[in-house]
Design a protein around this ligand. Structure first.
Ligand SMILES: [Zn+2]
Length: 683
């Protein structure tokens, strides 16, 4: 067999198995067999680079990070849909359709589809090859995110058969719940802010400039529409259902729960069934899209200025509930941040019982005027993190008083301090037990010192029993001490729920602690939990300065000459190194035999960060990030923050009450980002 034939055969086989695995969820071969095919293809292509084609399965992540996304025009506008919020509005929609079509009382055939809570996307195929992927944008023009779209495994780079010429496929890109949970867990481990819901995470991911990172996120996709510009639909595509069948046959993912409904009664029943049923799905859905099945009838109905007349989106009832706000309590994080949260009378919302909700910060509570004893409206945003929306003033008890943020730390009674420009109150006492607990959890976490088995409950035990007062104490624990630790049962309701000694588990943790002594310096620097020093900054610092002593002693100016280390990170490292208590702990760690030198090869000039060469201007108050955090995030990725807007500004990040800087940015035509858009860049 000649090389070209073998290449084509391999690509066809791999495409077929990708479709089985990612679209049909029915693999026909093992992962090893699949990898073997892919490796053979990679090897063959590396020997014959001139035969590599853009649609080869090896070419999903081919590009390097881009600087920005160009805007592109859709071949036909991507209209939004009119909404229906209840049964009466659904029936009114049906009424309009029948009237508009002159059908009298005859039942109309509809197709009901689950509405995916993700990001709309338009895929252009030319002669069956994926040539472009674009976001919806304003409906007429979107952003060209082709490099990112190519990394989404369920989206085929080449179609099986399919129409010739140019065709646009529309659909939705989303983050499956499992992938969302995994990403947030990783972010939590790294001390990074969490995504509020899968939709935000998917939107942020699609706007990331680095395709390799997008590939890691494991986005899902569904398609639901074919747009053949300026051409009549073929004979075998007279109904919407035909189009869905065709999409699936070409190898595109189609959400399988769609259903033909004869008349509006069946539509109503479908919506009712899925209002509950959706909770069991692996992705978020916020409603049902109802479309007229007959494409000729659609043509007759046409569109209004904003919406097609032949479709509507039924929105599931908001996932809200009323309950009593029993107390407002304060949680202490590892940086000492004292964050208020709501203790609620348990209430059932969207498939689970809620008894706690986030309250963000004291300012937010004051703005909403939430008081203990209030009856409040709570909401599950994107069905994930519950939040308190507002108090119901009519139900407020007469004796309810405005809530006042405590001035002293909940855990150690030290006076709280509030940095300028910040909404967060912090405990500055480095031996605060709550801070210590969180710091130790972070210290031992997978991306830090990676001490397996030293989780939440064990950390609590060693602190409670007075065995550990700082990081260094961990390295003075004897194996026997860990083995003899008595721990509470994991599940207190289980029949075998008796406190027990750690035994062998303790021995393993001891071995893990020993092993962690030889970790690379970058892990230790990250594990110390220096503010604004994330995993990447820790790695950069240790690769450039080589030893812990050099990092602690480096003057601010020297720190700032390191690529990707800006003034905020530099100042934070400097003030950490200045503090005698931190020095003492590090000396103790060194005395215990913990490695204090970098094992990574020396770098001449590290790879530039994804934001290298970009200048940002921050203005106004962002909803959840402080200005310091935003600055650190930019600097850590190689970008710069400037004080004023000029032609050289790459982006302006604007929050609430942004003033003249925003106006100037508009006048100069500089891209303006909201916090959400900004997060997309810094993922
Ligand atoms: Zn404290």
């Amino acid at each position: 067999m000649d090389v070209l034939t073998r290449l084509q055969l391999l690509r066809e086989q791999i495409r077929h198995h990708e479709n089985c695995y990612y679209v049909l969820a029915a693999p026909e071969i093992s992962d090893e067999e699949f990898d073997r095919l892919l490796h053979e293809l990679e090897k063959l292509e590396s020997e014959h680079p001139d035969l590599v084609t853009e649609d080869s399965p090896t070419q999903r992540v081919a590009g390097r990070p881009t600087a920005s996304f160009p805007t592109v025009e859709h071949i036909a506008p991507m209209l939004s849909l009119d909404n229906a919020y209840n049964e009466a509005e659904l029936r009114a929609f049906d009424e309009r359709v029948r009237k508009g079509a002159g059908l009298g009382d005859a039942a109309v055939d509809y197709v009901a589809e689950l509405k995916i809570d993700g990001l709309s996307i338009a895929l252009t195929y030319q002669e069956g090859r994926l040539v472009r992927g674009a976001t919806r944008g304003d409906g007429t023009r979107g952003e060209d995110v082709t490099a990112n779209v190519r990394t989404i495994r369920p989206i085929p780079l080449a179609l099986k058969g399919g129409p010739t010429g140019r065709m646009e496929v529309r659909g939705e890109v989303f983050l499956p719940r499992a992938a969302f949970a995994r990403i947030n867990k990783e972010r939590e481990d790294a001390g990074e802010p969490l995504f509020a819901n899968p939709r935000n995470a998917a939107a942020g991911t699609m706007r990331n400039l680095d395709p390799a990172l997008v590939a890691k996120r494991q986005l899902g996709a569904f398609s639901y529409q074919v747009v053949l510009s300026g051409r009549e639909p073929p004979q075998d595509m007279q109904k919407h259902r035909d189009a869905l069948r065709a999409l699936a046959a070409w190898g595109l993912p189609v959400e399988r729960h769609h259903q033909r409904c004869s008349g509006i009664d069946e539509v109503v029943a479908f919506c009712e069934r899925w209002a509950e049923g959706r909770l069991a799905l692996d992705f978020d859905t916020d409603g049902v899209v109802i479309k007229v099945d007959d494409l000729a009838l659609r043509e007759r109905l046409g569109t209004t200025a904003k919406f097609p007349r032949w479709a509507t989106a039924f929105k599931f009832p908001a996932q809200q509930a009323h309950t009593k706000l029993r107390r407002i309590e304060v949680n202490v994080g590892r940086t000492g941040a004292n964050t208020p949260y709501a203790v609620l009378e348990p209430v059932f919302v969207a498939g689970s019982t809620i008894s706690m909700a986030t309250l963000h910060n004291a300012d937010d509570i004051a703005r909403k005027d939430l008081r203990e004893g209030d009856t409040v409206v709570i909401e599950k945003a994107g069905d994930v993190i519950p939040r308190v929306v507002a108090p119901i003033l009519a139900l407020r008890p007469a004796d309810a008083v405005p809530w006042v943020m405590p001035t002293r730390c909940r855990a150690c009674d030290s006076e709280l301090v509030r940095d300028e420009d910040e909404v967060v109150w912090r405990c500055d006492n480095s031996s605060c037990p709550a801070r210590l607990r969180r710091s130790l959890e972070h210290f031992a976490s997978r991306s830090a010192m990676n001490i397996e088995g030293l989780g939440e409950s064990l950390v609590e035990q060693v602190i409670e029993q007075g065995l550990v007062r700082d990081f260094a104490d961990l390295y003075h624990l004897a194996s026997a001490q860990l083995e003899n630790l008595v721990v509470a049962p994991r599940d207190p309701k289980s029949a075998r729920a008796v406190p027990r000694k750690l035994g062998k588990v303790g021995r393993n943790v001891f071995a893990e602690i020993e092993r962690s002594k030889s970790n690379d310096l970058s892990r230790l620097v990250y594990a110390l939990g220096i503010r604004h020093v994330g995993e990447k900054a820790a790695a950069t610092l240790s690769r450039h300065l080589r030893t812990m002593a050099a990092i602690l002693d480096a003057p601010v100016e020297a720190l700032q000459t390191i690529p990707d280390v800006g003034p905020v990170v530099a100042a934070s490292v400097r003030s950490f190194g200045h503090e005698p208590r931190n020095r003492a702990v590090i000396d103790k760690l060194a005395a215990a035999g913990v490695n204090m030198a970098s094992q990574q090869p020396e770098v001449d000039e590290g790879a530039p960060g994804p934001l290298a060469g970009k200048t940002f201007v921050l203005t106004g108050t962002l909803p959840t990030m402080t200005r310091e955090e935003a600055t650190a995030a930019i600097e850590e990725r190689g970008g710069k923050v400037a004080g004023s807007v000029s032609k050289k500004t790459s982006y302006v990040v604007a929050g609430e009450e942004a003033g003249s800087k925003l106006e100037k940015a508009r006048a100069l035509g500089i891209p303006i980002l909201t916090e959400e858009g900004f997060r997309g860049l810094i993922i």
